[in-house]
Each structure stands twice: as structure tokens, then as C-alpha cells.
Design a protein around this ligand. Structure first.
Ligand SMILES: Cc1cc2nc3c(=O)[nH]c(=O)nc-3n(C[C@H](O)[C@H](O)[C@H](O)COP(=O)(O)O)c2cc1C
Length: 203
């Protein structure tokens, strides 16, 4: 029997991963999450992204259970103050929001808006690549992940609680854990609707 070479096998599994990766919604995540060594690998792979000018224009905060609980209290307090008539059940949904998965990452930008060479959008996009790399790396490590923004990402008070100024963008909260249930496949665009061949100017 022909055995694949390790290199081919590795390439095959990587392509398989990329062709099948799917987010699992955070509320369907259960323990365990990655341990410290695996999380280190996920983060190391996460920041191995195209980064024009080597600016490192992103930051990542790791929230384990203590941090998640503290952030949940922040969400709940903000929500209650702004919605004094809201049912307690809704306040508790906000408290639980950042506590849905074993590990939570807050990925923020750290851009130089006046950089002489690297436009702001390239710096922000590099942060998007960090998020996507983290999703892929988490899946490669046998876990599942979801990239969410939701209202807290756009909230100045949440940013302040995380230690950021209003100019900072929260590129995403990334939830990582184990799938409590397998996700259904998500419809993807037909390749032909988004990809075309360009052979030269038409005018
Ligand atoms: C920047 C960004 C922000 C997102 N924010 C949300 C969100 O707030 N709420 C939500 O339901 N999905 C959000 N999503 C989509 C989820 O990540 C969703 O699970 C994902 O797109 C499913 O696709 P996948 O299975 O290919 O990962 C966001 C996606 C991106 C790229």
C-alpha cells in the first residue's frame, strides 16, 4: 500500500481543515478549552500574519474565568444602568455573555493612524488576519472558536473597562472551547458568484 509522505499528509490535513472549518456558536461551547501550552501555540500562530511594515498593530487580551466574570459584571452593570426597566433575566444574559466559553480573547487594534507609509486600513486588516488565524489555529488544535463583535465591541465604556481609549477598535471577541454539539453547515457563496477571471481592460 502506498503511504503518503508526512509532508503530503500534513498538507492534506491542512487543506481539509480549511475546507471544513466552521464556527461553533459560543453558547454551544463547553469545557475543556486549550491549556496554557496549546493556547500559547494558538496565539503564536495567531500573530503570524501579514503585517505591512512590521508594526504589530494589534493586541490580544486573554480572559480566563476570573476575567470573564469581571467583564460579565461590567456588561451587566452598563446594561442595567442604561435599561433601568429591564427584566433581571436580560441583565443576567449580559452577565453571562463573555462567560460562554472556556477561553475568551479580546483582539484590539493598536494602529498608527498617521503612519507615513502604511495606511490605516492595512493595519486594521492585519488585525482581522490575526482573528482569522486564531480561529484556524484553534480548530487545528482540536478546539472550536467563534469571532463575535456584538454591542460590547463598539461600546466606549466596555473599551475603558478593558483599559482602552475610545479610539481603539475591538476587532473581535474570540470564544474558544469544545463543541457541545456539531454545527450545521453554513451556506457558502458559489465560487462563480465571487470569483472571475480578468484578462485585460474592457474599455
Ligand atoms: C468581524 C466579525 C464580527 C462578527 N460578529 C458577529 C456578531 O456580533 N454576532 C454574530 O452572530 N455573528 C458575528 N460574526 C459571524 C460569526 O463569526 C459567525 O459564526 C461566522 O461568520 C460563521 O462563519 P464560519 O462558520 O465560516 O466561521 C462576526 C464575524 C466577523 C468576521
Amino acid at each position: 500500500m502506498d503511504m503518503p509522505t508526512p509532508a503530503l499528509n500534513a498538507t492534506g490535513s491542512m487543506m481539509e481543515l480549511l475546507l471544513t472549518r466552521r464556527s461553533v456558536v459560543a453558547k454551544n461551547m463547553i469545557e475543556p478549552g486549550p491549556d496554557a501550552a496549546v493556547l500559547d501555540d494558538i496565539l503564536t500562530a495567531g500573530i503570524r500574519v501579514p503585517d505591512h511594515g512590521k508594526l504589530g498593530p494589534w493586541r490580544i487580551q486573554v480572559l480566563h474565568k476570573a476575567g470573564q466574570k469581571a467583564l460579565g459584571d461590567v456588561f451587566a452593570e452598563i446594561f442595567r444602568r442604561r435599561n433601568p426597566e429591564a427584566e433581571e433575566r436580560l441583565v443576567e444574559i449580559e452577565r453571562a455573555r463573555p462567560q460562554r466559553a472556556p477561553v475568551l480573547l479580546a483582539v484590539t487594534d493598536r494602529i498608527d493612524p498617521h503612519h507615513p507609509k502604511i495606511p490605516e486600513i492595512e493595519q486594521v486588516l492585519s488585525g482581522g488576519a490575526v482573528c482569522q488565524n486564531i480561529l484556524v489555529a484553534a480548530h487545528a488544535a482540536g478546539f472550536v472558536a467563534q469571532w463575535l463583535t456584538e454591542w460590547p465591541s463598539f461600546d466606549p465604556e466596555v473599551k475603558a473597562a478593558l483599559g482602552h481609549g475610545p479610539e481603539t477598535k475591538i476587532i473581535g471577541f474570540i470564544y474558544i472551547g469544545t463543541a457541545g454539539e456539531a454545527p450545521k453547515e453554513r451556506t457558502r457563496p458559489d465560487l462563480g458568484t465571487v470569483v472571475s477571471e480578468w484578462t485585460g481592460p474592457t474599455v
